[in-house]
Write a protein that binds this ligand. Structure first.
Ligand SMILES: [Zn+2]
Length: 233
């Protein structure tokens, strides 16, 4: 009789450290990573990149020339996306960012979306916030995207020079004022003439991304595209 020792070891490990889905909390079966198949299928995908009407692109219309834009998931209160992003940001579950970034990148690649992008830049945290949290969640989303889109990711290319207070409680016009000139490009030569894709965790008003896109274009990038994991509107 053939005994698969690896499976036995894996099943025993599961007894002590159950491999639970980050989305629904149910035990996962062998082959499922980070989220279970049910959650994977039920991720509230926006599909913005495949539609004529693209709400992310519309956010920037008349403000900045954005080449391409998309968000992976709708972000709703108490929804699956909120559960996942909350753990990514506040519970140290960095693997959620990388996994979702990787899934999104795979789906974008199938449609040749963002093919023309040269480099990927995650939106940075201010160093004070980075020290508190220990990591930048957008770095992990960008890393996952970089793998499936086959693009280089530069986490240190831009810095945030101003700490912005939480965006969600502010009125729209206050949010826009709040993010004027908050970024600085550390290595302008590296983005000159390039098509840069900026990655954020959630888009609410688009103000943070706009501020970042503006500084990148001001520093000589040929084109800017934007992308986020969640879209909250
Ligand atoms: Zn699940």
């Amino acid at each position: 009789m053939f005994i698969n020792l690896k499976n036995i070891a894996s099943n025993m490990l599961d007894m002590f450290y159950p491999n639970v889905c980050a989305g629904c909390g149910n035990n996962m079966i062998t082959g499922e990573i980070v989220i279970c198949l049910h959650c994977h299928i039920n991720l509230p995908r926006t599909g913005f990149h495949s539609n004529q009407y693209n709400p992310v692109k519309n956010l920037f219309r008349g403000r900045l020339p954005i080449a391409n834009a998309s968000s992976f998931l709708y972000f709703r209160k108490s929804g699956l996306t909120q559960t996942l992003i909350h753990q990514l940001k506040y519970k140290g579950k960095k693997e959620i960012g990388e996994h979702l970034g990787n899934i999104f990148g795979t789906e974008l690649k199938e449609e040749n979306y963002f093919d023309e992008v040269d480099i990927i830049l995650p939106i940075p945290l201010h160093k004070t916030k980075l020290m508190q949290r220990g990591y930048n969640q957008s770095d992990y989303v960008a890393a996952g995207l970089g793998i499936s889109l086959e693009k280089c990711v530069y986490p240190e290319m831009i810095s945030r020079k101003v700490i912005t207070s939480t965006q969600t409680k502010k009125k729209r016009y206050e949010r826009w004022e709040n993010v004027e000139d908050i970024f600085v490009v550390n290595e302008p030569d590296e983005i000159y003439g390039k098509h840069v894709l900026i990655v954020d965790d959630i888009i609410t008003t688009g103000a943070t991304l706009e501020s970042c896109a503006k500084i990148i274009l001001d520093n000589g990038a040929a084109e800017v595209s934007v992308l986020s994991l969640g879209f909250a509107q």
